[in-house]
Design a protein around this ligand. Structure first.
Ligand code: SF4
Length: 305
């Protein structure tokens, strides 16, 4: 997720919840709603759970070592190292994709990613200084982002150029090598667009565990590898109604698979039993709807309220 994408979200988060205590006290739904559109929703749930753990177990004070940070919800090796280095100036090796690229080039590592990750991390750890490690961590990430870029690295202005193996050998742009990617699998689902006579639409909360857990959705079938027939899909409809197929489909790419959602639409009587919650159209922007579901709204013209 790029800085440009995250920036406005970050500003909004710190305005709404300026301290870890404020975030811990926030309703989780409010956190998910503010996160909507960023993807990786487990991060939002973990961020909230982490704030609650820091407040409940540690008096609202973050631990300052990698090991202790890793005991908090959602904090893995990378985040623990980044927080330890940047927030607490500990000599931790912070290794993101930018740093991997710099290390692979600086040391001329030709083994492909992801297998070479442990070796690259070791090299990064070996360079981490005891003095100002937080500044160093940010500098090396920024060097990768702005100078040692994937294409056309600016070696002429790079402070590491004198000792850089890739520059010497003229192979910078070929590193780091990557093992060929597996094709991204495709999945299919059917979304149910249910509208009440007064214009309210039916939304549902997704299961807590799993993809987009806890977020709202236009009720949909399971997302599976085989296409759905209408008859099959109707067994999972959130209400009994006269469903009709909407033209076209909604496509979205997740990290590990592509999704194609077809849409069935119906008017559902106010008194009907439904699986979900009715929401006024003008309130749709306030719901914790992930990007894929906002695409469904766009597909139906329902984002214009
Ligand atoms: Fe990257 Fe070039 Fe600097 Fe080497 S000299 S680290 S390839 S920018």
């Amino acid at each position: 997720t790029t800085v440009a994408t995250v920036g406005p979200y970050f500003q909004r988060f710190v305005e709404l919840w300026p301290t870890v205590g404020d975030l811990a006290a926030a309703p989780r739904d409010a956190v998910l709603t503010e996160w909507a559109g960023l993807g990786y929703y487990a991060r939002a749930r973990n961020l909230h759970a982490c704030a609650q753990a820091v407040v409940a177990d540690r008096g609202g004070v973050f631990p300052d070592t990698e090991d202790a940070l890793r005991t908090l919800p959602g904090i893995g090796a990378y985040t623990a190292a980044a927080v330890a280095a940047i927030a607490f100036d500990r000599p931790a090796a912070v290794v993101d994709g930018n740093v991997e690229r710099v290390m692979a080039r600086l040391y001329g590592v030709t083994d492909p990613l992801p297998g070479s990750k442990p070796a690259l991390k070791k090299l990064a750890a070996g360079l981490t200084p005891a003095v100002r490690p937080g500044d160093y961590a940010q500098a090396v990430m920024d060097l990768g982002a702005t100078v040692c870029t994937p294409r056309r690295p600016a070696c002429a202005i790079c402070p590491l150029s004198a000792g850089c193996a890739a520059r010497r050998l003229g192979v910078a742009e070929t590193l780091p090598r990557r093992a060929p990617k597996k094709a991204r699998p495709q999945r299919y689902g059917v979304a149910f667009w249910a509208v009440r006579p007064d214009g309210h639409v039916l939304l549902r909360r997704r299961a807590e565990n799993g993809l987009l857990g806890g977020m709202m959705e236009v009720p949909s079938t399971e997302w599976r590898e085989a296409r759905w027939s209408v008859e099959e899909a109707l067994e999972h409809a959130p209400a009994a109604a006269d469903w009709r197929q909407v033209d076209g489909a909604v496509r979205h790419v997740f990290t590990h698979f592509g999704l194609e959602l077809s849409v069935l639409a119906a008017t559902v009587e106010s008194a009907a039993r439904v699986d979900g919650r009715w929401v006024a159209r003008h309130s749709l922007p306030d719901e914790a709807l992930p990007t894929v579901m906002r695409k469904v709204l766009r597909h139906l013209g329902a984002d214009r309220v």
